[in-house]
Design a protein around this ligand. Structure first.
Ligand SMILES: NC(=O)CCC(=O)C(=O)O
Length: 262
């Protein structure tokens, strides 16, 4: 599997419309990849809480501008696209969700995952967004993808549920702050090792709402080795070729998942 992680710059001085066009053009540049991944809430910024309501949009490409642009870009490039997440306007009176969208190479919306663990304790995302309730996997032709978003990384039970549903590649878009970069590196590796999965963790670059982003997007293999890591907090594209047979090989030679009791 060739995967490309697009560690996009999210700055307040660029309009959402311009960033959307830029994201679409970056995706179009990834023809030949088997999976392309964008960060969490890249249209508005994961910490731009005061803009969440105004920038909320539909997850349906027929009515949502980001969904439409990402569907077209996936189709034009002929790639599976994890389009990061958007602030989704729920159908039920005013509820907002942090929703990840996955498109197939024909531009179909293959999956939508509403982030289950909202960050901020009683403020920010936790106060403004409604929590999702359902873990989501996606049947990519090469491996089952398990979806999680940023703060979800701190909750290993979600990842176990994804593995139980057949996931071999865990895809994690994020807007992780630079000041907790050490936790990012720890959790991405921990989730890979304990679940014997690949982890594709795509962070964002830049500073928005005063929060400098950690960047350092990373791809970790099922043994916990870092296959590739962005060496920067700036915008960059991380492209990596993964040997997916490693998932079964690691599970065979070190069958720890079979020793689960609970
Ligand atoms: N956007 C997020 O979920 C941020 C999570 C975070 O900052 C942390 O877990 O630390």
């Amino acid at each position: 599997m060739r995967a490309s992680l697009l560690q996009m710059q999210v700055d307040p001085d660029e309009s959402v419309a311009s960033r959307r066009e830029r994201a679409a053009s970056l995706v179009r540049g990834q023809a030949g990849a088997d999976l392309v991944v964008l960060p969490e809430l890249w249209p508005v910024g994961a910490f731009a809480h005061d803009r969440f309501a105004a920038e909320a949009e539909d997850a349906d490409p027929a009515t949502g501008p980001t969904a439409l642009a990402m569907s077209a870009a996936a189709r034009d490039a002929g790639v599976w696209l994890h389009a990061g997440s958007i602030v989704e306007k729920g159908e039920e009176g005013g509820a907002l969700y942090n929703t990840s969208l996955v498109f197939s190479p024909t531009g179909e919306l293959a999956a939508a995952y509403r982030k289950i663990h909202r960050f901020g304790f009683d403020r920010g995302e936790a106060a403004l967004m409604t929590a999702g309730t359902t873990p989501v996997t996606v049947p990519h032709p090469q491996a089952t993808l398990g979806l999680a978003t940023c703060y979800d990384l701190r909750f290993p039970e979600l990842f176990r549920a994804l593995v139980d549903a057949g996931a071999g590649v865990l895809v994690v878009p994020a807007g992780w702050p630079a000041k907790r970069a050490a936790h990012w590196s720890l959790f991405t590796r921990a989730r890979a090792v304990e679940n014997q999965c690949f982890v594709l963790a795509c962070g964002s670059a830049g500073t928005h709402a005063g929060v400098a982003q950690a960047g350092h997007s990373a791809v970790i293999d099922p043994w916990g080795e870092t296959v590739a890591e962005a060496a920067t907090t700036d915008e960059t594209v991380l492209t990596v070729d993964l040997d997916l047979t490693q998932i079964e090989k690691v599970r065979e030679v070190f069958p720890v998942l079979k020793d689960r009791v609970l």
